[in-house]
Design a protein around this ligand. Structure first.
Ligand code: CP
Length: 334
């Protein structure tokens, strides 16, 4: 495997193969499998789970990883193309990224959306630039529009919970957050659930529709795998009979790049904090998923996060286990 950028690049059989490997490595550790191999990790944005789970995955397989992030005492990094660098930044990513990649056998990169022009973020322009600069295997650790590691871990979590593929009802619900957050997780997760063959509903207030190219791509995956995709602003209708409610905060697509317009719209939506009564029309065993970090009492209530529906810790642990399979395939082959 040379690139782990999008679950859509893999067939369901290939994803199942990765998850079988993940389970095997979890149950039967191979502490020398990646001895001598090095994974470079470049975080242009903050992380808890992704940063620690990739390092833990490499250590468990006998390899090692190093992290570079702007919070370290590195030179200030410039990311804008064609800029005259007469400001604070001393180094451009066009040099920094290939240098960091040259120290590892593979590289993972996190670079969130710029959230200025939706077209640029949908095209994952910055991530494509990184790809063009690197000749090593590369992992998307969350780009403008994708988070394949999260999606793979979430697929695994639903398999473990016995959530059905065909016939399973998955609700991706917008949740309140005081800031406009990126579209990477909702885009990756809606596609993952559709590719898994589930009946998927995107529950969101008006103005927070997912972009048409994201919905079209996910709908095609649903149709190819026996599932379906719809969207709704009606909470009761959307959650009725649900196996999973996946909470996620994201920015207004109507006001993309317009901070004040987004703020004005979301100010009225503080009641989109997922709480126990939301689950009344769901299946009794309906689960609450969230990629974390989550703001308690803002996006999801304490009683839901602390209650039996929540599987957020299991999801987070599965990040490490799923990524063990990714780095194994990438650095050791099949
Ligand atoms: N879910 C996720 O990617 O978490 P971090 O931002 O902490 O890495």
């Amino acid at each position: 495997m040379k690139l782990f950028n999008d679950l859509a690049d893999f067939s369901v059989e290939e994803i199942d193969d990765l998850l079988t490997l993940a389970r095997r490595l979890d149950e039967h550790p191979e502490p020398q499998a990646l001895a001598g191999r090095v994974l470079a990790l470049l975080f242009l944005n903050p992380s808890l789970r992704t940063m620690s789970s990739f390092q833990a995955a490499m250590i468990r397989l006998g390899g090692s990883a190093f992290v570079i992030s702007p919070e370290m005492s590195i030179h200030g990094l410039e990311t804008r193309p064609g800029i005259v660098m007469d400001g604070a930044a001393a180094e451009h990513i066009r040099e920094a990224v290939p240098v960091i990649a040259s120290y590892g056998d593979a590289i993972g990169i996190r670079a969130f959306a710029q959230r200025q022009r939706l077209e640029d973020d949908l095209a994952d322009s910055e991530f494509q630039t990184f790809r063009s600069l690197i000749d090593k295997p590369m992992i998307n650790m969350e780009s403008a529009i994708n988070h394949p590691c999260q999606a793979l871990a979430d697929w695994k979590t639903m398999d473990e919970l016995g959530v059905p593929r065909q016939g399973g009802k998955f609700v991706l619900s917008w949740a309140y957050h005081p800031k406009a957050l990126p579209l990477a997780v909702p885009s990756a997760v809606v596609h993952m659930a559709c590719q898994r063959g589930m009946d998927v509903t995107v529950l969101r207030p008006e103005g927070f529709e997912l972009p048409t190219p994201i919905m079209d791509k996910a709908r095609a995956a649903a149709e190819a795998n026996g599932g379906s995709l719809q969207e709704s602003a009606d909470r009761h209708e959307a959650i009725e009979g649900a196996h999973v409610v996946y909470a996620k905060e994201w920015s207004s697509t109507r006001h993309y790049g317009d901070r004040l317009g987004d703020e004005k719209l979301r100010r009225e939506l503080v009641d989109w904090c997922i709480d126990d009564p939301w689950f009344q029309p769901a299946r009794e065993d309906c689960r609450l998923m969230h990629c974390l970090p989550v703001r308690r009492g803002v996006a999801v209530s304490d009683r839901v996060l602390d209650g039996p529906r929540s599987v957020v810790i299991q999801e987070a642990r599965n990040r490490m286990v799923a990524q063990m399979a990714v780095v194994y395939r990438m650095l050791r082959g099949s």
